[in-house]
Design a binder for this molecule. Structure first.
Ligand SMILES: Nc1ncnc2c1ncn2[C@@H]1O[C@H](COP(=O)(O)OP(=O)(O)OP(=O)(O)O)[C@@H](O)[C@H]1O
Ligand SMILES: [Mg+2]
Length: 255
C-alpha cells in the first residue's frame, strides 16, 4: 500500500537516510526498530512530506506522493502520531479530537471506535489536553489520528515514557485497528466481546496499514506482522514479526 524506493535524505552534509526501500502492506502492522539517532523519525517526517526527500520515490497505492505536501498526504488518509505526541495543550480533549476531523467531510463526528479503545477520553472531553497525563496524551494523539479515518497510521514511539498499563491499552488498540483477529491470550472474555465489536466497526470503514516505530522490543515483537531494523540510516535486517526472536533482532538492537 505504502511503498518506498531508494529514499535518501541528508541533514547538511550528513547522509541520514541511505537508499531505503520497503513496503507497508494493508491490514498489517510493520514495525521499524532501531536505536537512538539512526534516522527513524527523519524517515517518518519524509513519509509525511514534512521534510522533502533528496531523492527516491514514495507511492501510496498507485499514486506517486514523493512531492505531495503534508496536508495532501493527510487528506489521502495518511495519519501521523509524532514522537512526543504534540497534542494541543490549550485545547480540550474534544477539540483535539475534532482537529482530526479536519480532513473529513463536513459534519463528520468523532468515531465511536476512539472511545471504545480509549474510554478515558470520553470522561475527559472538556479537560485541557495539557492537563492530561503523558499516557492519556498519547491516547489522545492516537485518537486524533483515528478520527481521520486513516488508511495508513504512522506511530513514532508511542510507548516512550509511558506506564505499563497504558502501553497495554495502546498495544491493544493497534491490534484492533490493524484488524488482527487473534486477540491477546490474556484478554478477558468481556473485553474480547468489546474488541470484536470494535473490529467489526473498523472493518466497516475498510482496512488500515500500520507503521509503528518502536524501541521497546517486546511490544514491537508482539504487534509486528513484519519488521524492519534500521542502523545508521540503512535497513540492515527485515522479516516476519514471528521470526524476530530467531532472527536475533533483540541482540542486534543491543549491540
Ligand atoms: N533538524 C535536524 N538537523 C540536523 N540533524 C538532525 C536534525 N534532526 C535530526 N538530526 C540528526 O539526524 C539523526 C537521526 O535523527 P532521528 O531523529 O531521525 O533519529 P531517531 O532514530 O528517530 O532517534 P530516536 O530514537 O532518539 O528518536 C541524528 O543524528 C540526529 O541528531
Ligand atoms: Mg525518533
Amino acid at each position: 500500500m505504502l511503498s518506498v524506493q531508494n529514499l535518501n535524505q541528508y541533514y547538511g552534509g550528513s547522509h541520514i537516510l541511505r537508499d531505503l526501500s520497503f513496503e507497508v502492506p494493508m491490514g498489517q502492522v510493520t514495525t521499524l526498530l532501531g536505536r537512538n539517532g539512526v534516522g527513524k523519525t527523519t524517515l517518518m517526517k519524509c513519509l509525511m512530506g514534512l521534510i522533502p526527500a533528496k531523492n527516491g520515490t514514495m507511492h501510496f497505492g498507485e499514486r506517486d506522493i514523493t512531492h505531495a505536501a503534508p496536508h495532501v498526504r493527510a487528506s489521502m488518509g495518511i495519519a501521523y502520531v509524532p514522537q512526543g505526541r504534540e497534542i494541543f495543550s490549550l485545547l480540550t480533549v474534544e477539540e483535539n479530537l475534532q482537529m482530526g476531523l479536519a480532513t473529513q467531510p463536513r459534519g463528520a463526528r468523532i468515531p465511536d471506535l476512539v472511545f471504545e479503545l480509549f474510554p478515558v477520553l470520553k470522561n475527559m472531553l472538556g479537560r485541557r489536553g495539557g492537563d492530561l497525563s503523558g499516557g492519556q496524551q498519547q491516547q489522545l494523539a492516537i485518537g486524533r489520528a483515528l478520527a481521520m479515518n486513516p488508511t495508513i497510521l504512522i506511530l513514532d514511539e508511542p510507548t516512550e515514557g509511558i506506564q505499563p498499563s497504558i502501553i497495554k491499552d495502546i498495544g491493544y488498540a493497534i491490534r484492533v485497528v490493524a484488524q488482527r483477529r487473534q486477540l491477546a491470550a490474556s484478554a478477558a472474555t468481556d473485553e474480547r466481546a468489546e474488541v470484536k465489536e470494535a473490529i467489526r466497526k473498523v472493518a466497516e470503514t475498510g482496512s488500515v496499514a500500520i507503521l509503528l516505530v518502536e524501541q521497546y522490543y517486546d511490544f514491537a515483537r508482539d504487534l509486528a506482522d513484519h519488521y524492519l531494523l534500521m542502523e545508521r540510516g540503512e535497513i540492515i535486517m527485515r522479516g516476519l514479526g514471528c521470526n524476530m526472536d530467531s532472527d536475533g533482532v533483540r541482540e542486534a538492537l543491543a549491540v
